[in-house]
Design a protein around this ligand. Structure first.
Ligand code: UT7
Length: 331
């Protein structure tokens, strides 16, 4: 009998209807479609416009999409983990509200925050719960309403981010499929380069912090870019080497969608051909915790049972890592 592994057995997603194109951004800040496309690969992003709707709105929709597709009774779910950098509220985990709204009445729920690596780290957490044997069904959601923390007069950040949500179900697998290996890292020196300075416990919100726009995302793009390119490639090559995977053995690279140039550099270090590199940044921009599950949702139809997927992410903190997972079903 094979070892028990944690496999992804269902996928769901949601993106808001409102499209913010490069052409519209040209009317808001001093930028242009050519610059954005060549520097990032982004053409448009989705923005959640519903009044009063936060991250939970999208997380609930993504979770319900999964439940409907899989015809799963939400009462069977043991744990709901929501990876997010933009919770509905500072206190009271958004995952708890989401779990209740979708009818996961027997689950406990909590949020997980690791910026753009939140979903990747959540995969590790979900896998550990499954392989412990204590829980059978874990719903892992990645959702972010980035538009709630972006300054739409700052051209260095507003062109990058978008809103969205994706969800996956983890269950035990004894056929040899599921999460095989992981290489996760973090470095606290990174927090100076990508952060929201105010509104936390070191600098609670005041009239001044709001006037200074310190509750918006600040990013030193150049520095983050350099760390992202080096570190994301390193962990991908490491996980391939450790698991004796050649580029021919890898069926798909599932990379965090922060910048097409970061993904291209990673794929090139791994010597992976373009057709195996999943990309949807052109349509959604960087949705932080949602990029990986949105890729799974968009490309689920391409995956076959036993396919080798390498997940990779890099984000604020800094946080980064790679995960090797064997896909568990044909859709
Ligand atoms: O997911 C979390 C992790 N985040 C990331 O991985 C993001 C990493 N960083 C990046 O993706 C890139 O650094 C950016 C896309 C943010 C910026 O691209 P870049 O090639 O690093 O541009 P830059 O910051 O070096 O700026 C180049 C020039 C500057 O002008 P000068 O000084 O050369 O005259 C900027 O002022 O481009 C200018 N610029 C813009 N021009 C038009 C900056 N933003 C814009 C803009 N439109 N939106």
């Amino acid at each position: 009998m094979n070892k028990v592994r944690a496999a992804i057995t269902a996928v769901g997603s949601y993106v808001p209807d409102f499209v913010l194109s490069n052409q519209v951004l040209e009317t808001m800040v001093d930028t242009n479609d050519e610059w954005i496309t060549s520097r990032t690969g982004i053409k448009e992003r989705r923005i959640l416009k519903e009044p009063g709707a936060g991250t939970s709105f999208m997380a609930i929709k993504a979770a319900k999409d999964l439940l409907n597709k899989r015809k799963l009774d939400p009462a069977e779910i043991d744990i709901v983990i929501l990876a997010t950098a933009t919770p509905d509220l500072q206190v009271a985990a958004t995952a708890v509200y989401v779990a209740t709204q979708i009818g996961a009445v027997n689950a406990f729920a909590y949020d997980l925050q690791a910026a753009c690596s939140g979903f990747l780290f959540g995969m590790s957490t979900a896998s550990a719960y499954i392989t412990s044997g204590r829980y059978k069904k874990i719903l892992l959601i990645g959702a972010d309403k980035m538009s709630s923390i972006i300054d739409y007069t700052d051209r260095t950040t507003c062109i990058i981010f978008g809103d969205g949500a994706g969800a996956v179900l983890f269950e035990a697998n004894e056929e040899g499929n599921g999460l095989i290996d992981e290489h996760l890292r973090s470095d606290g020196q990174g927090r100076e380069y990508l952060k929201i300075a105010a509104g936390g416990s070191t600098k609670p919100a005041t009239i001044e912090t709001v006037q200074n726009k310190e509750h918006f995302v600040y990013q030193d793009g150049k520095t983050v870019f350099k760390f992202a390119v080096t570190n994301m490639s390193d962990v991908c090559v490491k996980i391939m080497t450790k698991n004796n995977l050649t580029s021919a053995d890898v069926n798909f690279l599932v990379p965090h969608q922060a910048n097409k140039r970061i993904v291209d550099a990673t794929a090139s270090r791994m010597e992976i051909e373009e057709s195996k590199v999943l990309m949807n940044i052109e349509r959604y921009g960087n949705t932080t915790s949602a990029t990986l599950p949105l890729l799974l949702s968009d490309f689920e139809h391409k995956f076959k049972k036993g396919d080798n997927l390498i997940f990779a992410a890099f984000g604020g903190g800094f946080t980064w890592g790679s995960i090797y997972l064997k896909w568990a079903y044909n859709s």
